[in-house]
Design a protein. Structure first.
Ligand SMILES: Cc1ncc(COP(=O)(O)O)c(C=O)c1O
Length: 375
């Protein structure tokens, strides 16, 4: 039995006719750069997310960079981000000469909390980057309140949670990525809404920020060959936009399929003492970009090897907190430690979850995990 972490081929085969047609139409009308499919996708994503502006760009890392440039952050400004995240979140902060202030995460939800953020705020803090890790929203309401109190910008890194809904205490529901001043996302192929190459986008309800971000993504120009600010070249490729226009129609079904798998895993593992299943936050839906277990005893690596020997892939997202990466040593003292991030790096294991899994795959994975623990 062939089991993949992500089955892009199986997913493509189901939408092949439509995707092939969309790609061919871009090629036949040679609209390679900023073609009609890009504007169409911008509109489709604005409608889907219920946000005023979507600014497509080249990838998720660029989207974070463009967001920070548009907010006018300057060298020396501190930006708070989780230590337990993909490198891009902190990398961009350092690359712009800003100071990444890495903060611990909640051990149950893997996400930043307002409490931990507050302890890290200094007079130099300008922005917070909550990452909706693995597909579930950070608890945004207290984070927004804190940001408001200290006059800070909030940039949501929504690369892993597109489609998730966050519910405020007054019952208002908003899609992740549309809650802070700016939201950023990635369409990397394995993402829940992934294209067939690189892609990304920014989201905002603020007209001025939208204008600035559009300008920065386009070499700092509003009018061709007149450059107001230093920008970059960050475009969503037309062919990728055409693919996304097909895939966005399936996004909610994809999220449902991922949730069904997550529930199946939960049921199988809830009684295995050595495992902790992912916690669902009461005010967020989960889109399960990853299904991540915590292996409570120190057997995580052995379990991974055991599964691998049976042909079952699994991944450790992430093996090191940002501050332990060589590239981040410049931002911390040698004794800097965040205990939860360290524990999570030792304990997390993400199992295959994608839209094409069948019950044979699921049963085989669950039986294999349980047999490792002699259950
Ligand atoms: C949390 C997070 N932020 C940012 C990114 C960067 O996205 P990209 O790979 O499109 O640059 C990713 C993608 O892997 C991610 O998972």
């Amino acid at each position: 039995m062939q089991i993949e972490m992500v089955d892009l081929k199986g997913q493509y085969n189901k939408i092949k006719t439509e995707v092939d047609q969309a790609i061919l139409s871009c090629i036949s009308n040679t609209s390679f750069i900023n073609g009609p499919a890009v504007r169409e996708f911008q509109y489709n994503l604005e409608q889907y997310l219920g946000v005023k502006h979507v600014i497509p760009c080249a990838n998720g890392t660029d989207s974070l960079q463009i967001a920070m440039m548009a907010l006018g952050l300057r060298p020396g400004d501190e930006v708070i981000c989780p230590a337990f995240t993909y490198v891009a979140t902190g990398e961009v902060i350092g690359l712009l000469g800003l100071t990444p202030v890495m903060v611990d995460v909640d051990p149950k939800t893997f996400n930043l909390t307002a409490n931990d953020i507050e302890k890290a705020i200094t007079p130099n803090t300008r922005a917070i980057v909550p990452v909706h890790l693995y597909g579930q929203s950070c608890d945004m309401e207290p984070i927004l309140k804190l940001a408001d109190k200290h006059n800070l910008y909030v940039i949501e890194d929504n690369a892993q949670a597109i489609g998730a809904d966050y519910t405020f205490s007054d019952g208002t529901v908003a899609k992740t990525g549309t809650i802070g001043h700016i939201g950023s996302t990635s369409f990397f192929p394995s993402k829940n809404l992934g294209c067939y190459g690189d892609g990304g986008a920014l989201m905002t309800n603020d007209d001025d920020l939208a204008k600035k971000m559009r300008m920065i993504a386009n070499h700092g120009q509003e009018k061709k060959y007149y450059h107001k600010v230093l920008g970059c070249n960050s475009r969503l490729d037309t062919i990728q936009a055409a693919i996304l226009n097909v895939k966005i129609k399936h996004l909610d079904l994809y999220s449902q399929a991922r949730n069904a798998m997550a529930s199946f895993y939960d049921t199988a593992f809830v009684k295995v003492d050595e495992l902790e299943i992912p916690e669902r936050q009461f005010n967020s839906t989960h889109v399960f970009h990853q299904y991540t277990l915590k292996v409570k005893n120190p057997k995580r690596n052995e379990l991974q090897k055991y599964l691998s020997d049976k042909g079952i892939p699994s991944m450790i997202y992430y093996p090191l907190p940002l501050y332990k990466q060589e590239a981040f040593q410049q931002f911390v003292s040698s004794d800097f430690v965040l205990p939860t991030s360290e524990d999570l790096c030792d304990q997390v294991l993400s199992l295959p979850i994608h839209t094409e899994m069948n019950s044979d795959h699921m049963n085989f994975i669950c039986d294999s995990v349980k047999s490792f623990f002699n259950k």
